[in-house]
Design a protein around this ligand. Sequence first.
Ligand code: SF4
Length: 494
Amino acid sequence: MLNINQFVTPVGDNRVVDESNGISEADTLHEECGVFGVYAPGEEVARVTYFGLYALQHRGQESAGIAVCSDDGVLVVKDMGLVSQVFNENSFVTLTGDCAIGHVRYSTTGSTHWENAQPMYEVSGRGPLALAHNGNLVNTEDLRDWLISLGATFSSTTDTEVMTALLNNSPAGTTAEAIEESFPRLRGVYSAVVLTEEGLFGVRDPHGVRPLCIGRKEDAWFLASETAALDVVGASFIREVEPGEIVRLGPDGLTSHGYVAKSAPSLCIFEFIYFARPDSRLYDRVLYDARKEMGMHLAEEAPVEADIVIPVPDSGIPAAIGFAEKSGIPYGEGLIKNRYIGRTFIQPTQSIRQLGVRLKLNPLTPAVAGKRLVVVDDSIVRGTTSRKIVEILKEAGASEVHMRVSSPPICWPCFYGIDTAVRSELIASRLEVPEIRDFLGADSLHYLGMENLVRSCRAPKDRFCTACFDGEYRIDVPDEMRMSKFRLEEKTGA
Ligand code: SF4
C-alpha cells in the first residue's frame, strides 16, 4: 500500500487577501503560475526542481511547492512564500525519488491561502497523483458541482483541485487514458504537469494559451513553463508541448499520448511582451530579440526629438534599447528600481498605490534633469503607475517626457489566467490616446501598433490570443464570469 504525504512548514504569512474574484488591485498584469517537471532516476530531482522553480519565480511569488514520486509514494512540500523561503536543505532530505513536479503560484482563481498552493494531490484506484498547472479554467464551478454530485470533496477553491478530482474520477486504466478521457470536459486555459508512478506527464489546453516546453539532458527529461528554466538546469530544449497534446516522460523517454483535442493555437501574446523572461524562447524566437524589435518599431511609428531613451525597468529595457538603436538617441538609465520590493497587492487604496511607485522606482536626477526623455514601458493598465513615473521624472527636472509603450492599448480584461483589473479600470477602455496622454501628464504618448507587435514576434497573428487588445476571446467565457470583470462598467454606465 502506497503512502501519500503532505508536509507543511508554516513559514507563510497566511494572507487573507481574497482574490477569488480574479480582480487585481495592481497597476500591472500578473502572470499566474510557473510549472516545472523532471524525470531523472538516480538524480536529486527535488533539488533540480528547486532550481527550475527559482528560474520561474517571476511567474508567481505567493506560494511554491514540489511533489516527488518514489517507491514509497508521493510526497508534497508546499507553502506560502518565495521558493527560497519555502525550501531549505532539509527539504531535500525527505524529497527523494525519480520524478518530481514543482509550481510557483500567483492566483486569481481561489484565495491567497495555503490550501490553494500547488501541487495538488489525491489518491485514486490508479495510485497517488500530484498535479500543478498554469492557467485558468472558465467552467470550474460547473465541474465542481458535477464532481460533488458524484461524491467528490474539495479542500480548496482552485480549478487545480477540480482538475485533480476529475482525473481521479476517471475509470481509465492509465494516467494518459485518464487525461484523454477527462480533460475534454475542461474549458479554459491550462498547461499542466502531472506526477504518478507511471512517470511525468505534461498536457496543454487545445489552444496552447500558456507555454510548456520539453527539455532533455542525457537520460533525464524535463517540462517547464519557459526555456530559461531548462537552461538553468543544463537541459537542452527539445520542443514545445503542442496545444492539446499529452506527453509522458518516463522509462521509455518521451512519448506522445495523443490529444485532449486539437484547436487553433492561441499563445498569449503577452508572454512575448512581458510575462516570460527575455532569455526564454517561444515559437523559436528569443523574447529579448522580439522585445527589442518592438522598440525599433516604436521608434519608426512615433519618432521624437529627445536627448535620452530610458526604460521603465526591468521589463521596458529591451524595447528601450531597440528604440535607442533605431532612433540614434542615446540609451541610458533614468529610473532606478529597488529589486527587493515584492508585489504590492496588499496596498488597498489608490493613494497608497501611487506612493508605492517611489518605493519601486526612483529617478536618477543627474541623468534626467533638463533632458528631453523618451520613456519606454511594456504596457499601461490603469495608468496610475505611468502617471506617477511621469510626475517623478518631471519633479527630477526632466524638460519633456515622451511615453512609448511596446504594446497596443489594453482595453479588455483577461479571463485566461492573467490577473487584470475590471474593464472600466483599464484606462484605454475609457479614454482615447490623447486623453490618456493628458492623464499621464506626458508630452506625447504612443502605443505600438498590433501589426508591428505581431511582426516582432515572427509568427502569424492567428497563432496568438490578443483578446486584451481587441476583445476577441477565442475560448468562450461564461456570462457570469464575463460580468465579474465588466461589472464596474455597468455600475458607472461607461
Ligand atoms: S487576454 Fe491578453 S493576457 Fe490574457 S491570454 Fe489573451 S493575450 Fe494573454
